[in-house]
Ligand binder design. Structure first.
Ligand code: NAD
Ligand code: ZN
Length: 359
């Protein structure tokens, strides 16, 4: 047995208003006056000066606003890296990603691709990066994915959607300020938050569960329960969800996700459906695998009056359906976790086809 020995985020600050400390936190990491800090910020904050006005841009520091309309792509990372190299006089002092999973994964990827040659597509997989990236900071503005704590940066490439999984990927610093999540629209809040709930369900019910993952997973599951079905104030919900996201991410770091994620990756790859929403669409039909938690999920949907798109696979071609099944079936660690080593005797192409056609 080879036990995973993985790095964690080196420094983290938590608290409502903690984002105000960003300038003093990063300044000691400035390499020299020619080496800027580059901020990748979700473009929902472009006209929201309450966030950007708190950032002191010194010397050659600058901001790049990122649209998270689409999830990150390897080509997008490569272009960002090329632009940064052309524009800056020296290797940057740091990359600071402020946004959801999309922007945080881009920030992690840009950081490591500034120091590793070639295209980011060459590094999709496990432990392929050779050199540490530049100092990178994550500031989540929506809670659920666990991207702020994970060892991966998920990218879509020309052939697959797969992360840059490496010891160099985790952030050096994370700023957890729940106030930053205030403007999130309700459906999006739910979809991304549900990613966390589903991380816990898949980790806790999987074959790879162990005491390490269980301790984090149970904590996050309990917090999700309180957030979705309790009577907390808005502020309490924000605080709890931010910590649930962190713990959910820690739980899967030492176990694995399962059926919902495998099928959701297929939806995302073929139809471009975003991760949180895709997980919800899939999870709604997974009674066979996670009965108790699908019932809870339905209560959560009702309580928060969330609308889920229906019939999304109704008019797709057989070729698209086949591709979705290919993508899902390819994720054997997820199936091994969810079903066991003999998963192929249970999870057949026709079973997945039937499941997709229900969605
Ligand atoms: P996201 O980053 O795609 O953002 C979703 C939407 O919320 C966007 O429209 C964004 O503009 C908006 N938004 C974010 N913060 C906001 C705020 N404070 N106010 C108003 N709007 C705000 O969503 P996500 O669900 O956090 O991330 C999904 C991505 O994360 C996917 O690409 C997925 O692959 C990735 N992911 C990564 C990991 C990991 O471990 N690296 C884990 C799970 C998912
Ligand atoms: Zn997820």
């Amino acid at each position: 047995m080879n036990f995973k020995n993985f790095p964690m985020v080196s420094k983290v600050v938590f608290g409502r208003g903690s984002f105000n400390q960003i300038n003093e936190i990063i300044e000691p990491k400035r390499l020299n006056e020619r080496a800027p800090f580059i901020y990748l910020i979700d473009d929902v904050f472009e006209s929201n000066t309450s966030l950007t006005s708190r950032i002191s841009l010194l010397y050659d520091d600058y901001i790049i606003f990122i649209s998270s309309e689409e999830e990150p792509k390897t080509t997008q990372v490569d272009t960002l890296v090329e632009d940064i190299i052309l524009k800056t006089k020296a290797i940057p002092s740091g990359i600071i990603g402020i946004g959801g999973g999309t922007v945080m994964d881009l920030a992690k990827s840009v950081s490591v691709m500034l120091t590793n040659n070639g295209s980011s597509e060459e590094y999709q997989g496990w432990d392929l990066l050779k050199y540490p990236g530049v100092y990178h900071v994550g500031v989540p503005t929506i809670s659920g994915t666990g991207a702020e704590v994970s060892r991966t940066a998920v990218l879509s490439g020309s052939k697959l959607k797969l992360g840059l999984n490496s010891d160099f990927t985790p952030f050096d610093q994370v700023i957890l300020d729940p106030e930053l999540t205030s403007g999130v629209e309700k459906n999006q809040w739910f979809y991304t938050a549900m990613d966390c709930f589903i991380h816990c369900v898949e980790s806790l019910n999987g074959n790879f569960i162990n005491s390490f993952s269980k301790s984090y997973g149970e904590m996050a599951y309990e917090l999700c329960h309180e957030v979705f079905l309790g009577n907390d104030s808005f502020e309490e919900m924000q605080d709890k969800l931010m910590m649930a996201s962190w713990h959910g991410g820690m739980s899967i770091a030492y176990s694995q996700v399962g059926v919902a994620h495998a099928l959701s990756y297929g939806l995302s790859y073929v139809l471009g459906i975003r991760h949180g929403l895709g997980n919800c669409i899939v999870f709604n039909h997974l009674e066979e695998f996670y009965a108790k938690d699908v019932t809870l999920f339905k209560q959560m949907i009702d309580k928060h009056q969330i609308s889920l798109p229906k019939g999304i696979c109704k008019s797709i071609s057989q070729q698209q359906l086949n591709k979705m099944i290919d993508v899902a079936m390819n994720l054997s660690p997820l199936w091994e976790n969810a079903i066991g080593p003999d998963w192929k005797s249970v999870i057949t192409r026709s079973k997945l086809e039937k499941l997709y056609l229900k969605m």
